[in-house]
Design a protein around this ligand. Structure first.
Ligand code: SAM
Ligand code: SF4
Length: 370
């Protein structure tokens, strides 16, 4: 019997049932390489009000219907199963754009009720956040990362295909005022669009007390235009920032974090880097991947487990959640099985390192949940 004969999983290709034999929810979300996922990312919705060129096509994508999306109650249950049975220790809500979901505060509140100490973070474009931030903090949201690639109106509009910079900046200010700190800013550099603005963006983040993280452009754009040569690499980003600042590797242990952090000092004419201005992170997912330390497990907006951003194999937990007589035990078992077969590194379908060839998944970043 192959795995595809076992009604609930939904792998893209058949696997023999004995490939899952080692999966044991008692050991948490462990994979065959001994990595254990403790960091859960749930996409709340695939829709978004921006159309970032590195993420979504200009015309959007065929959206999921309301019935296909996980309900607030299903999300609550999944988090409970993850935390109580499978060793999940942190949660990030993402999308698409999580703020597009009207019941976002209800979702946060219900999770907080179940897990008073769980860090609950959200990745957002911050549009409309100024109107909802108090409600979200009151519901129990711990932290946010805001995506912002430029503080120039024209560049922002070119990258996001929307003239919404003012709304994003309003959202960021409101979040800082509401105490959602340390507030992180995520930026993707695109060659000849905003790469030359990198030092300016860092200066803006430092002045405002935000921690900026540059993420290398990954082959997850809806337009499928990505190519490796055009990717602004981590090394190039460091060189760009060094035009204006002195970067020095941050001493603190990385501890599985995707970003390599640097202390930032002012670059003075006498070359003496004395004034510490803050830190900056660089996430080199393409050129310096950190798969060996990965602790992520992802659930898409329609309830499929993706063990890696680049998985082409998905496991449908919504079927396990929705079938009559569904038990938490059964859902945990399927989740553990999906994670057990996590590939060694991204770009690979099966265990075995293959870092030079990126096989892109069918989904774009917005449809996975970044
Ligand atoms: N809409 C929210 C936002 O933009 O923050 C949350 C979802 S978005 C998909 C999550 C993160 O993925 C954002 O920080 C975005 O910059 C990043 N992202 C999207 N497409 C990417 C790509 N092709 N390569 C690298 N990062 C990407
Ligand atoms: Fe929307 Fe975030 Fe993708 Fe931009 S990166 S299109 S804000 S989901």
């Amino acid at each position: 019997m192959t795995r595809s004969d076992v009604a609930l999983g939904m792998p893209s290709f058949p696997r023999a049932a004995d490939e899952f034999a080692g999966a044991d929810p008692q050991r948490g979300l462990m994979d065959t390489f001994g990595r254990k996922a403790t960091d859960l990312r749930i996409s709340l919705i695939d829709k978004c009000n921006l159309r970032c060129t590195y993420c979504m096509p200009a015309d959007g994508l065929p959206w999921l219907s309301k019935d296909q999306l996980l309900s607030a109650e299903e999300i609550r249950r999944l988090v409970r199963i993850g935390v109580d049975r499978l060793g999940v220790r942190e949660l990030r809500l993402t999308g698409g754009e999580p703020l597009v979901r009207a019941d976002l505060a209800e979702i946060v509140r219900s999770i907080r009720e179940d897990h008073p100490d769980l860090p609950i973070a959200m990745t957002t474009n911050a549009i409309g956040l100024d109107r909802r931030v108090d409600e979200l903090v009151d519901a129990g949201l711990s932290r946010i990362n805001v995506s912002l690639d430029s503080v120039h109106r024209e560049t922002f509009a070119k990258l996001t295909r929307r003239d919404s910079l003012d709304q994003v900046l309003r959202g960021i200010s409101a979040a800082a005022e509401a105490g959602l700190t340390p507030l992180k800013i995520n930026a993707v550099l695109m060659r000849a669009v905003n790469d030359h603005e990198a030092p300016q963006l860092l200066a803006w983040a430092l002045e405002n007390g935000f921690e900026l993280r540059f993420i290398e452009h990954m082959p997850l754009d809806g337009d499928q235009q990505w190519n490796r040569e055009e990717t602004v690499t981590a090394a190039e980003t460091r060189a760009l920032l060094s035009q204006q600042f002195v970067l020095s590797p941050h001493q603190q242990e990385r501890d599985g974090a995707p970003a390599e952090r640097f202390d930032v000092y002012a670059r003075r004419d006498d070359q003496v880097p004395d004034e510490h201005l803050g830190t900056v992170g660089i996430i080199a997912s393409v050129t310096e991947p950190f798969c060996a330390d990965c602790r992520r497990t992802r659930i898409t907006a329609e309830g499929r487990v993706m063990s890696c951003l680049f998985s082409r194999e998905e496991f449908d937990l919504s079927a396990a959640l929705r079938q009559p007589g569904s038990t938490d035990e059964l859902v945990a078992q399927h989740w553990a099985e999906a994670m057990w077969v996590k590939p060694a590194a991204h770009g690979t379908d099966r265990p075995g390192f293959d870092l030079d060839s990126f096989h892109r998944p069918d989904r774009s970043m917005s449809a996975i949940g970044g």
